[in-house]
Design a protein around this ligand. Structure first.
Ligand code: COA
Length: 383
């Protein structure tokens, strides 16, 4: 019998390994589609609020009016920044990366939750909604404190996306901006067994608690090969140089030259490529349409020049397509978010998907514990 842990069986990065089944979402690379509980994500982005999509991910069905109202009420109740969490954030250095602040805040929220030690399905759903509701205050306040600004209290007359923007900027956002933000939140919400979701499932599989699983997932999402790519995209734009006085064509020429040079040096360019999609990311057309609207709204065609120039040069040289982080980075930049805040926004969205997977893992749990193929010293004795 072959040893299952032999070196020839190693699947580096678990590439191509089917680790479990899930009913939360389906990524189909042949048709370039992504379904949340059976619904195409682009249809959800066009027709639903983020609250409706969150409900769908948690409950498998879209909400009726009364169910949506109930979710919205709980979400609004959990919006204000907890005083102890605020004190914790205030004690952190202003130089701390917002993802580290976010991870720390989730950890504190976990130990303070009245249901901390309860992992029943009902308790987990309550904890998931409370955590999702609390994130805009954490993310917004952290950006504000780094700018020397005070906390802004939530507004109950605004929905999740509009309130997120309100708490960050202290101005009532215009509908077009809220719509683009809402689209990004829906597109970021769920994506099957990506690295952070799998991390959350691994932690859950030990029967640890929901906040521990989410805290670990945030650590995984921070990396530039995963969620940190939206931030890295903006660093690329900054390195090329964002010049508001420039025309779209001029910006595209400089972007193409930058990409050719980067590829010559065999650099990995963030915002391109995907482990699963090899012919384009299903979410990009919808997010690119939202970016186009923001470029028109803010009157910044040079950003489209940079976007197109990089995309065309990458396509020509390597036929590698952009992923969701590519259009999302400049969209958040246009809205006024600081670049290090981009991935924490992703956290607020992906909490819905992570917690749907945590519930699924709890419901049919099996400890996740793979084997390793040993390639160290042969057995030896102490001298
Ligand atoms: N820039 C330049 N080259 C890239 C690339 C990128 N963003 N993504 C993949 N490639 C190239 C690799 O260099 C490699 O080329 P080679 O065979 O000549 O060495 C080939 O494409 C395969 O890449 P690999 O990294 O092995 O594929 P993967 O499936 O393991 O990687 C990612 C997937 C996402 C990790 C990878 O595409 C990447 O690092 N992208 C940038 C980070 C990013 O945007 N992440 C967000 C994902 S949603």
């Amino acid at each position: 019998m072959t040893n299952p842990a032999s070196l020839t069986n190693v699947r580096k990065g678990l590439a191509g390994v089917v680790a479990d089944s899930t009913a939360v979402s389906k990524v189909n690379t042949d048709t370039n589609s992504l379904l949340y509980r059976g619904y195409p994500v682009q249809e959800l982005a066009a027709r639903c609020s983020f609250e409706e999509v969150a409900y769908l991910l948690w409950n498998s069905e879209l909400p009726h009016a009364a169910q949506l109202e109930e979710l919205k009420e709980q979400e609004r109740r959990s919006r204000p920044l907890n005083a102890q969490v605020k004190d914790t954030i205030d004690a952190l250095p202003i130089t701390a990366h917002p993802m580290d602040v976010c991870r720390t805040a989730v950890s504190v929220l976990g130990l303070l939750h009245e249901l901390a030690e309860n992992s029943s399905p009902e308790a987990n759903l309550t904890k998931a909604i409370d955590l999702w509701a609390a994130m805009p205050a954490v993310v917004a306040y952290d950006q504000r404190r780094r700018r020397g600004q005070d906390l802004i209290e939530p507004r109950d007359d605004l929905d999740y996306s509009a309130n997120f923007l309100w708490m960050t900027f202290g101005e009532e956002p215009v509908d077009e901006v809220v719509e683009a933000f809402n689209v990004s939140m829906i597109l970021y919400a769920e994506h099957s067994f990506n690295a952070s979701t799998f991390t959350a499932r691994v932690v859950t599989s030990t029967l640890s608690d929901l906040h521990s699983a989410v805290t670990a997932a945030i650590g995984a999402l921070k990396g530039p090969l995963h969620g940190g790519a939206n931030e890295a995209v903006m660093h690329t734009f900054d390195e090329i140089g964002v010049r508001s006085e420039e025309s779209m064509e001029e910006a595209a020429v400089r972007a193409r030259a930058w990409m050719e040079n980067a590829l010559e040096q065999r650099k990995k360019v963030m915002g391109f490529g995907h482990r699963v999609y090899k012919h384009g990311d299903s979410r990009v057309p919808t997010m690119k349409a939202a970016l186009d609207k923001m470029i028109a709204h803010y009157g910044r065609p040079e950003l489209l020049g940079l976007y197109n120039g990089l995309e065309q040069a990458m396509d020509q040289a390597k036929a590698i397509k952009p992923n969701l982080d590519y259009p999302t980075g400049p969209t958040y930049h246009l809205m006024g978010f600081d670049t290090p805040t981009f991935t924490p926004i992703f956290v607020a969205s992906r909490i819905t998907g992570w917690t749907a997977h945590i519930a699924e893992q709890f419901a049919e749990n099996s400890l996740i514990r793979p084997l390793s193929a040993y390639n160290g010293f042969d057995e030896r004795t102490l001298a």
